[in-house]
Each structure stands twice: as C-alpha cells, then as structure tokens.
Design a protein around this ligand. Structure first.
Ligand code: NAP
Length: 416
C-alpha cells in the first residue's frame, strides 16, 4: 500500500468545503484524509511520528511553524506553511507549494508578468505566495492592495496603469457568490486577470474579465498544481503535467452544471429528467422550487401576484441554484429576460438552448405562451437565448437522441 502505515491528509479546523480529497486521490494518494483539529489538539497531532505528509489549511498555516525542524525558502519568506512532511530521520519539514501552484496557473492561462505591472488584492498568506512568484518573473511593478495601508480600494486610480490583476481575497467565493472586489473597467491596459478562488468556476470578477475579452483563469489549476507539488514531496516522485491536466479536466467536468434553457414547452424538463437518468446527476427544476417555496403553481403565481413578482422569485431561486455544482439545472422559459440570471447560471454552468419547432410547443399551463403566442414570444426572446447559450441543440427528434447529444457535447467541452 502507498501510505506505508503513515498519515496523509489535510489538517484544518472546518474542512467541509475542501476539494483536496478527490484531487489527492486522483493524483495517487488513496488514503488522503480530511483531519479537523481544534487548536489545543494541534501540538499533540504534530508530534506523531506516523505523519507521512500533510497539507495545512486555515487557521494553522502560521501556527505549525514552531513545531517544524526545517522550513523551505517560500514558507520562511512568507511565514505561511501549506505542506508538512516527516522523513525517515523523523524531522518535520515545512513547505509552501502555493507559489509553484500559482506559477502553473499563470502559465496555463498564458499570462506573463515580464515588464508588466501587477496588482495583487489581499495581504494574506495566498497574496504573499503570489507576490513571491510574481517578483521572480521580472515585472515592471508589483503592488499589494489592502483594505488598510498605503494602497487601498479607495485610492486605486493611482494604479490605473495596471496590466495584470490577481484576486487573493475571498471576495466572491462560495457562498458569497456574485460579489466582486473591484470594477475592471478602471484598468484600461488590463491584459490578464487571475482569481485564486475556484468555487465558483467563474467569480463575478472573472465573468467581467471574460466579457471584456481579457485572458483569465480561476484558481483550480493552482489548487491542482500545488497539490501535485505536495504529492511529489510526500512520495519523492514528480507528478507528470499530463496527469495534472487530466485531474483538472475531470474535476472541472464533475463540478460543472449542465443548464437547459429554451422556449416554454421545448422539452427542458423531459430532457433534464432523461439526462438525470443517463448521468446519475440530480436534476434541479427551478420552476418547481419556486412553486414549492411559494406554495402555489407557476400559473397561480402569475394570476395572483403578476409576472414581475414571479421574475423576482425566479431571480432569487436561480441565484441559489447557480451556486450548486455538478447538477442539471432546468430553467423556466423566461429566465433569459433578466440579465442577472446569466451570471448566476454561467458561473458554474455550460448552457444548452433546446430548439423545438414552434408548431410543436404546447401552451396549456404556460401563461405567457397562451397570452402572447409562441411566435411572438420567440421573436422577443431569440436574441436573449442566443446571448445566454453556449450551445444550441435540436430537440425535434427522440428524447434519448437529444439527451445523448447534449451529454456528448458536455463531455467534450465542460472540462476546458
Ligand atoms: P486570508 O488569509 O483569509 O487572506 C485573505 C486576504 O484578503 C486578507 O488578508 C484581507 O486582506 C483580504 N480580505 C479578506 N476579507 C476581505 C473582504 N471582505 N474584502 C476585501 N478583502 C478582504 O486568505 P488566504 O489564505 O490568503 O486566501 C485568499 C483566497 O485565496 C481565498 O479565497 C482562498 O480560498 C484562495 N486560495 C486559493 C488557492 C488555490 O490553490 N487556488 C490557494 C490558497 C488560497 P486585507 O485585510 O489586507 O484587505
């Protein structure tokens, strides 16, 4: 067995949201554990002689330092440890692999720091690791932005010439999805945005970078790469880039939501259920959630509260559903009417527009289709469906054929 009777895992206080276990498992450490410790248990745990390799999460990244016999240059420079190993000599060694993980993330995104000015948001352990790496890459300038101190969010105009922006704060991270630390339009020379957050896949900051056509990346490549460096330290064997890329791609696919949009009656619920059977993924019907919460059906909500009230409920329910990962999200036909729903659905999702002949669309139980007629509704909404969708799929054939076509497209592209 690879672990040789030793302990491998992540230590921290609250690890419920950690993604480390599947990553280390896939990289070749089947016994990797999540180990939640209260602060008073830390010294006894670190004294154990059966420690093989550990990663360190908040709030112990600094607290472990006094217990270590040797500290690597990155961990010493930034005063923060994310990896511990105990070798055959019994000595506890401390490392920080975040800087190397960040290097891999920037390289994969094609973002170079040479001759450029970079702003790093935050002043915690991650920001200091990022700073150490960026400074090695011959930048024109590197500035840490903090809520306190000399360079703050309220005097950012002095850094309007920044070309690369790195978010090393938790702003926008699950469950506070949708928040952004700043507005990117304040930086006209911007050519790269790197966000260390990996849940959601696209923070509000990254969605804005994408809409501005600026090269960008989330933090998942960094998370995988720093874990691979740690595995190398645990077991003394380098993890190939090909395996890292495979793990990254599988994880992306696993966490991406498959989102169905389209005209009322185009088959979203039917195809959603078929996809759920095909893939084992949970199908989340947003209209059904709205009806459950309101205690009445969607036509009843339209009749008693009006469309504006329904759209408000739809926006809130879509915001909640969009935070989830690895699901099939079935939307209502009018979800595209509110632009805010795009960010909610796109942050973790790949969006499929189901196309069905207008003559085949049923109108019973669909208040707007009845009132407006499918042709006029389509005229109003076609441009909105195009704006939201990643891909259009014909749904005039069999349910199985459409579900299969969506799933094949998803498998081919959701790992990107
Ligand atoms: P941290 O120690 O909590 O520091 C984050 C820094 O962000 C703080 O020092 C603070 O700086 C700033 N900050 C905190 N709350 C803020 C708020 N509400 N508004 C504005 N700024 C705020 O966290 P960390 O360990 O450095 O991690 C930072 C982020 O990077 C987290 O989201 C973490 O998940 C992510 N991370 C990702 C990876 C990866 O592999 N992808 C690795 C490590 C960390 P000021 O007080 O100076 O403003």
């Amino acid at each position: 067995m690879r672990n040789g009777g030793k302990i491998y895992g992540l230590i921290g206080r609250a690890l419920g949201h950690s993604w480390s276990r599947p990553i280390h498992y896939a990289l070749g450490c089947p016994d990797y554990r999540l180990i939640e410790l209260e602060p008073n248990a830390l010294p006894a745990f670190l004294a154990r002689d059966d420690i093989g390799g550990l990663n360190v999460a908040m709030p112990y990244k600094k607290a472990v330092l006094p217990y270590c016999d040797w500290v690597d240059e990155y961990a010493a420079a930034i005063g923060s440890v994310n990896t511990l190993t105990r070798g055959p000599d019994g000595k506890l060694r401390a490392w920080n692999t975040d800087a190397l993980g960040f290097r891999a993330m920037a390289r994969l995104a094609g973002i170079s720091f040479r001759g450029r000015k970079a702003l790093i948001l935050g002043s915690g352990g991650a920001a200091l690791s990022v700073q150490a790496e960026v400074r090695r890459r011959n930048p024109r300038d590197v500035v840490l932005i903090s809520r306190t101190g000399e360079n703050r969010y309220d005097n950012l105009t002095r850094h309007a010439d920044a070309e690369i922006l790195i978010n090393a704060t938790p702003v926008g991270m699950y469950p506070e999805n949708g928040n952004a630390p700043l507005d990117l339009t304040a930086f006209p020379s911007l050519c790269g945005v790197l966000d260390l957050i990996y849940n959601p896949r696209r923070t509000a900051l990254l969605l804005q970078a994408e809409s501005l056509g600026v090269a960008c990346s989330d933090g998942l490549p960094m998370l995988v790469a720093q874990a691979a460096v740690a595995e190398g330290l645990f077991f003394g064997a380098e993890i190939s880039e090909a395996l890292q890329f495979h793990v990254l791609s599988c994880l992306r696919q696993d966490r991406t939501n498959l989102v169905l949009i389209g005209m009322p009656g185009c088959g979203k619920s039917t195809i959603g259920r078929a996809l759920s059977l095909l893939t084992g993924r949970e199908a989340v019907d947003i209209d059904a959630r709205i009806a459950r919460r309101a205690g009445k059906t969607v036509p009843e909500i339209f009749a008693t509260d009006g469309e504006a009230a329904f759209r408000d409920m739809e926006r809130r329910e879509t915001a909640n559903a969009g935070k989830e990962t690895g699901k099939i999200l079935i939307t209502g036909g009018g979800v595209v009417k509110d632009e805010r729903n795009y960010a909610a659905l796109k942050q973790n999702g790949r969006i499929y527009h189901l196309l069905r002949d207008l003559s085949l669309l049923p109108t019973a139980g669909r208040p707007l289709s009845q009132r407006t007629g499918p042709e006029r509704l389509w005229k109003e909404r076609e441009v909105l469906y195009r704006r939201f969708r990643d891909c259009a799929v014909d749904n005039n054939g069999s349910v199985q054929d459409t579900a299969q076509a969506v799933w094949e497209e998803f498998c081919a592209h959701s790992g990107d």
